[in-house]
Design a binder for this molecule. Structure first.
Ligand SMILES: Cc1cc2nc3c(=O)[nH]c(=O)nc-3n(C[C@H](O)[C@H](O)[C@H](O)COP(=O)(O)OP(=O)(O)OC[C@H]3O[C@@H](n4cnc5c(N)ncnc54)[C@H](O)[C@@H]3O)c2cc1C
Length: 189
């Protein structure tokens, strides 16, 4: 397996990658060229989503690399940047699927979740069995979400009741688990 450097990598960042990282990128690039590139334009035209690639991407490790619970080998942030680059080079929407699943949804669970929540969700999401979404942005708040969030969470026994609206939520139309950001009605936090 030979990793072909990209002509656009002007500063030769690929020199910072290990052989194992190059091998993983080659597997991903080959999969994207064979299975994703030939079908994405038609999906774009029809406003549909190629659900079959969720698992195919998981098998190339794209949702696994960043998390202690799931990473197949030690890897660098530069390598994970290259993974994002390879995805976006083929299709920006496929890169969004992975960015939301891996970065936003799994990232939120990894950073803010309990040990039980991490153990339950991260491996399933890494295998592509569960698709995640992340709902922060609202019709009236984007960059200012920390102060401007209007969605309210009210405690009702063992459950939280959510009230509000969200916008721009990648994967939301087919996600299995969605991390929703809301303010606690009791204390406004
Ligand atoms: C393809 C796509 C996918 C997305 N997926 C998700 C998702 O999965 N989950 C989710 O929660 N959100 C998602 N978003 C929303 C995204 O995170 C927001 O668009 C972003 O937070 C910016 O908010 P906004 O669009 O309301 O812009 P605004 O916050 O209204 O910003 C408008 C403009 O004002 C500028 N601006 C804002 N504040 C300041 C300031 N204090 N000083 C100077 N300039 C400022 C901004 O740079 C920008 O140019 C997605 C957006 C896109 C386009």
């Amino acid at each position: 397996m030979t990793f072909e450097p990209l002509a656009s990598d002007f500063y030769g960042y690929e020199n910072l990658l290990t052989d194992q990282e190059r091998e993983a990128l080659t597997r991903l690039r080959d999969y994207l060229a064979a299975e994703v590139k030939p079908i994405v334009n038609e999906h774009w035209e029809n406003a549909t989503f190629p659900h079959e690639i969720v698992k195919g991407l998981a098998d190339r490790g794209v949702y696994s690399f960043a998390w202690e619970e799931t990473k197949p080998f030690e890897n660098s942030a530069v390598f994970r940047g290259f993974v994002a680059l390879e995805l976006a080079r083929v299709d920006a929407s496929v890169a969004t699927l992975v960015g939301v699943q891996n970065g936003l949804a799994m990232g939120a669970i990894s950073v803010t979740g309990s040990a039980e929540q991490r153990a339950e969700w991260l491996p399933k999401m890494a295998r592509g069995e569960v698709v995640g979404a992340f709902g922060l942005t609202e019709p009236q708040s984007g960059s200012d979400s920390a102060q401007g969030l209007r969605t309210i969470a009210t405690r009702d026994g063992d459950e939280w009741v959510l009230n509000g609206s969200k916008r721009w939520i990648g994967n939301a139309t087919f996600s299995d688990i969605t991390v929703i950001w809301a303010k606690d009605a009791a204390d406004g936090r």
